[in-house]
Design a protein around this ligand. Structure first.
Ligand SMILES: Nc1ncnc2c1ncn2[C@@H]1O[C@H](COP(=O)(O)OP(=O)(O)O)[C@@H](O)[C@H]1O
Ligand SMILES: [Mg+2]
Length: 219
């Protein structure tokens, strides 16, 4: 069992989008639960729009006692979607104490990087949690943007990142209202890259896990 927390102080970077879409891809072969600890409940709203259509289970819970016991639940993977407003709260602590992997989406916006680094230094590294940056909302119409940001993360920030990145596509921004996740996008040429990106992030995560043994029993 793996518990993955989607973390980052900055709102709008793609934590909820990444949670829902990685959960969907992994649900093809694993028992997956998504937990929403966002008081604004954007994940919950998305799940409500989806009705019975989500390929994974879903729960909203902000009770630190319940979060501490997630590992007892009968799932292979649990994704926990957190809002930036949780910074320095008992809820974020409960999530990170339970988690064994952290994904931090980063958009190509320079002002976002100091908060990201602070979050890693303050909450992730002290717990010894493995983590990866996920470059997301990469604009394919801006030549050099991806390469600049890959270099910034690798050589500037010296932080681990997913080789796969997530590009900016309307299919992703339309999905919450439509109550749809990436595995349910119409398989059109227009959607092919949007589907590709999250499928490959999920595959990369599974490849990473194949090389890092899971936490056995309770942590
Ligand atoms: N790769 C992407 N392409 C296009 N829109 C995106 C992408 N990722 C996220 N969005 C949109 O950006 C907004 C913020 O994303 P969200 O996942 O809610 O971020 P967070 O949970 O970090 O606040 C939402 O409207 C979402 O649909
Ligand atoms: Mg969110």
């Amino acid at each position: 069992m793996r518990i993955v927390a989607l973390v980052g102080q900055k709102g709008g970077v793609g934590k909820t989008t990444t949670t829902m879409n990685l959960a969907a891809v992994m649900a093809k072969h694993s028992r997956v639960l998504v937990v929403d600890v966002d008081p604004q409940g954007s994940t919950t709203w998305w799940a409500e729009n989806a009705g019975e259509g989500l390929p994974f289970d879903f729960a909203a819970d902000v009770d630190p006692n319940n979060l501490a016991r997630m590992r007892e639940l009968p799932y292979d993977v649990i994704f926990v979607d957190t809002p930036g407003s949780l910074e320095d709260t008992t809820v974020l602590s409960a999530v990170l104490d339970a988690a064994d992997y952290v994904i931090l989406p980063l958009n190509p916006e320079p002002l976002n990087t100091p908060a990201l680094v602070r979050t890693i230094r303050a909450h992730i590294e002290p717990r010894g949690l493995p983590f990866r940056i996920l470059l997301s909302k990469i604009d394919r119409r801006r030549p050099g943007q991806l390469e600049d940001w890959e270099q910034l993360v690798d050589d500037g920030l010296k932080l681990p990142r997913f080789r796969q990145y997530v590009r900016l596509y309307a299919a992703h921004s339309d999905a919450p209202l439509q109550g749809r996740v990436v595995t349910q996008y119409p398989d059109t040429r227009q959607n092919a890259n949007a589907i590709f990106d999250y499928t490959h992030v999920a595959m990369e995560l599974m490849a990473i896990w194949a090389n890092e043994p899971a936490t056995v029993g309770s942590k």
